[in-house]
Design a binder for this molecule. Structure first.
Ligand SMILES: [Zn+2]
Ligand SMILES: [Zn+2]
Length: 365
């Protein structure tokens, strides 16, 4: 970290940082209340940084400086109201930035609305309007967060390990699976290629687990196409998770789980890294009456709040993914892949390699 040239010994005024508020109005326009939001932007910055690396704007390094959020003022209502946010990440002289829609704050807004209902400022079920406002507030977090100051942080970041491989060759004969892979979607997620053996092993594990959740790790490499420069995620194997705490509704990793997984990756000696995890949801809906299953929230693929939390904490890198196998009451199974998209965890597609992946074994023990 370089010394901050903006700070004199005399002590400048406390730095400001943007503070986010939701302003809620009744249907007739009267103000119902204003609630401060505390969004966590680290996943957004991580996604912006990774997009920047994929596009060749930023050098391939694991973490760069923290990013900054700038308001995109509302085109009709003007400041302090915003219609979007601009997230920017800098590495040296290069900057990557991306516009983030306000839906990123949707969960926090929902919480704020129920707080107002609890305080009696809003009636339950009442139609209301809200706007997001951004104002400068004194930074009491101790983190330097005005744009100029943040960009002075220059911790040495380790390189992002990228192997060279031709994507077109790798995916020859592969099958698209899930949304957005066959070119139908405009979403620009990093391509993920998975060997069929990996998927089949995860399926076998899920059948063995019966009514409990079970899971493991996805390992492989990040590769970059020397021609197109596109980066892609190459999943070569899965490693069953050991020492987990499993129950009907949830699976948790323990410290021993991580030690065992890292040992297993090392024993394989193939230079792989942990790319994500896989887990299984038993047929939660099996006990529901048959006539209710068609509309039951538990019947089918869903990434639960616990799943999202685990992914946030354990797999925060923008290229890290989660494979979910869901058993259905009729004995069938759904397969879905989740990954980071603009700072949130969303379902995404992948390509399934039919041939055995030649990059060095597909079975992990
Ligand atoms: Zn159900
Ligand atoms: Zn789950």
């Amino acid at each position: 970290m370089t010394p901050d040239p903006g700070r004199s010994p005399a002590g400048p005024p406390a730095p400001l940082r943007p503070a986010f508020y939701v302003e809620v109005r009744h249907g007739d326009g009267r103000l119902a209340g204003e609630v401060r939001l505390e969004p966590e932007f680290a996943p957004v910055f991580e996604c912006v940084r990774f997009s920047g690396i994929r596009n060749g704007v930023l050098p391939p390094r694991l973490d760069a400086s923290p990013g900054v959020i700038e308001p995109v003022w509302h085109s009709t209502h003007g400041a302090p109201y915003v219609q979007a946010l601009l997230a920017a990440v800098r590495d040296g002289e290069s900057i990557a930035s991306e516009e983030i829609g306000l839906e990123y704050l949707a969960a926090l807004v929902k919480e704020a609305l129920s707080d107002l209902v609890e305080q009696g400022k809003l009636a339950a079920g009442e139609t209301c309007q809200y706007r997001i406002a951004v104002r400068d507030a004194p930074d009491i977090s101790g983190v330097m967060a005005t744009p100029e100051l943040v960009f002075e942080l220059e911790d040495e970041a380790p390189p992002l390990r990228l192997e060279s491989a031709c994507l077109a060759d790798v995916i020859t004969g592969s099958e698209p699976y899930g949304p957005g892979v066959a070119g139908a979607s405009s979403r620009d997620d990093v391509p993920v290629v998975m060997s069929r053996d990996t998927l089949e092993e995860a399926v076998v594990l899920s059948h063995q687990a019966g009514d409990d959740e079970t899971g493991g790790f996805l390992v492989g490499r990040l590769q970059r196409d020397p021609g197109t420069r596109e980066i892609f995620v190459r999943v070569t194997a899965q490693i069953p998770a050991e020492h987990t705490v499993c129950s009907h509704m949830q699976m948790s990793f323990t410290p021993e789980t991580w030690v065992a997984a890292r040992d297993a990756v090392e024993r394989r000696g193939l230079g792989e890294e942990l790319l994500g995890w896989h887990h299984h949801h038993p047929a939660f809906c099996r006990k529901c009456p048959v006539e209710r299953r068609a509309t039951c929230r538990l019947n089918g693929t869903f990434f639960s709040l616990d799943d999202i939390r685990l992914h946030h904490v354990c797999f925060p890198k923008a290229h890290q993914i989660a494979l979910l196998l869901t058993s259905l009451p009729d004995g069938g199974q759904q397969i879905a892949l989740f990954g980071w998209h603009a700072g949130t965890v969303a379902e995404r597609g992948f390509r399934l390699l039919n041939a055995a992946d030649g990059t060095g074994g597909t079975h992990a023990s």
